[in-house]
Design a protein around this ligand. Structure first.
Ligand code: ZN
Length: 368
């Protein structure tokens, strides 16, 4: 099978995060087993959800981890010019949902398995689910791997056009509930309007976001070197003639490495005061790996740009840090086309990815 055929197989599984990933995982496991890998399956919350850990070579020998997510973002409402779940060649472009983000890397890795030398150090492949909805798969997996010796170095094969990215902000989601008192709209003074209260909350959040913008960090790596905030959704009220007694806001913000999320949530609570109750909904950790490390040296010959950068998106690498893993984000395809209609990976880049993975693993885990 060629890497393009393998990618076509992977794309044909419509593993949008709301759907089961078990069929794709079964295929990936089968391919890894055929290459002599041990496959461990870790069931994750939700129907048909699981993470895979596939390994080869002597355990506990500190080789390398290669990781990617098996889920993709939805295609609904996007103007695709072909079936997103059928790989379509258009010139040098291989078009399909997940070609860049990030089944291309999974396909390249699977293809490289047959070319590897005898492994003197362990190669561990970690394929996760539910990454696109907040790195939930890796979050569930990490405590289950706490007792397993794992290599320290990890490549997250997200689409970076082979640039080396060593940090990214995290993502924290909170829900703010504004309560009130219902009344007939003809007598608003008898009620307490939850929506106008939410408007005051938003005003204060804007003030807090402005304060956060003044706390500049990682200016050499980030385009927006501060905590960014997004007031994402608002829901409230039930009828035109009722004073609303509830309004719910969903707010996301992106903590930088080294920041304590609880501190930021506390600041948010203090700013809002008794206008609303703040509930912490989800937390995806930031990632920071020191520059000039061993893995960076291993990737350098294949890097498309000098130096290192930052990703604006979160990855599983943030969760993996709890296992002592040092991750770099590095892979084929461009993030600019990920999540879009007619997402693609360049065919040449995909073939190169097979060589890159083969070379990287050979240098780290092969005979020395
Ligand atoms: Zn991704």
């Amino acid at each position: 099978m060629s890497v393009v055929d393998t990618l076509a197989r992977l794309i044909a599984f419509p593993t949008v995060s709301t759907e089961p990933v078990v069929a794709l995982a079964g295929y990936v496991a089968e391919r890894c087993e055929a290459a002599g890998f041990r496959v461990e399956r870790f069931v994750a919350p939700g129907e048909g959800k699981l993470n895979l850990v596939c390994s080869k070579g002597p355990r506990g020998t500190d080789g390398i981890v290669l990781s990617g997510h098996m889920d993709v973002v939805p295609t609904v409402g996007q103007p695709w010019s072909s079936d997103p779940f059928r790989l379509t060649e258009r010139g040098s472009r291989l078009v399909g949902r997940g070609t860049a983000d990030m089944k291309g890397f999974i396909a390249a890795t699977i293809e490289a398995l047959a070319r590897l030398p005898t492994l003197e150090r362990e190669l561990v492949l970690v394929w996760t689910c539910d990454e696109e909805v907040g790195c939930l798969g890796s979050k569930d997996l990490v405590p289950k791997l706490a007792d397993r010796p794992l290599p320290r170095l990890c490549v997250i094969g997200e689409p970076t056009s082979f640039r080396i990215l060593r940090m990214h902000p995290g993502h924290t989601a909170v829900r703010i509930l504004c309560g009130g008192k219902a009344a007939h709209s003809s007598k608003p003074d008898l009620g307490d309007n939850a929506i106008t209260k939410a408007a005051r909350v938003i005003d204060r959040l804007e003030g807090l976001a402005a304060d956060w913008r003044r706390d500049v960090r990682f200016a050499e790596l980030l385009e927006r070197p501060f905590v960014v905030m997004n007031v994402a959704t608002i829901q409230g009220g039930s009828a035109i003639n009722i004073v609303p007694d509830h309004c719910v806001l969903e707010v996301g913000f992106r903590p930088l490495p080294g920041m304590v999320v609880e501190d930021l949530v506390r600041q948010l609570r203090e700013r809002i005061g008794d206008l609303g109750a703040v509930e912490l909904r989800r937390e995806t950790p930031a990632m920071l790996t020191a520059a000039g490390g061993e893995l960076e040296g291993l990737l350098r010959p294949d890097a498309s740009a000098p130096g290192t950068g930052a990703a604006s998106f979160a990855t599983d690498g943030g969760n993996f840090a709890a296992l002592g893993m040092e991750s770099l984000v590095f892979g084929p395809g461009s993030i600019d086309v990920a999540h879009m209609a007619d997402e693609y990976v360049d065919g040449g880049e995909l073939h190169r990815a097979v060589d890159v993975v083969t070379g990287l693993v050979s240098r780290r885990c092969g005979q020395r």
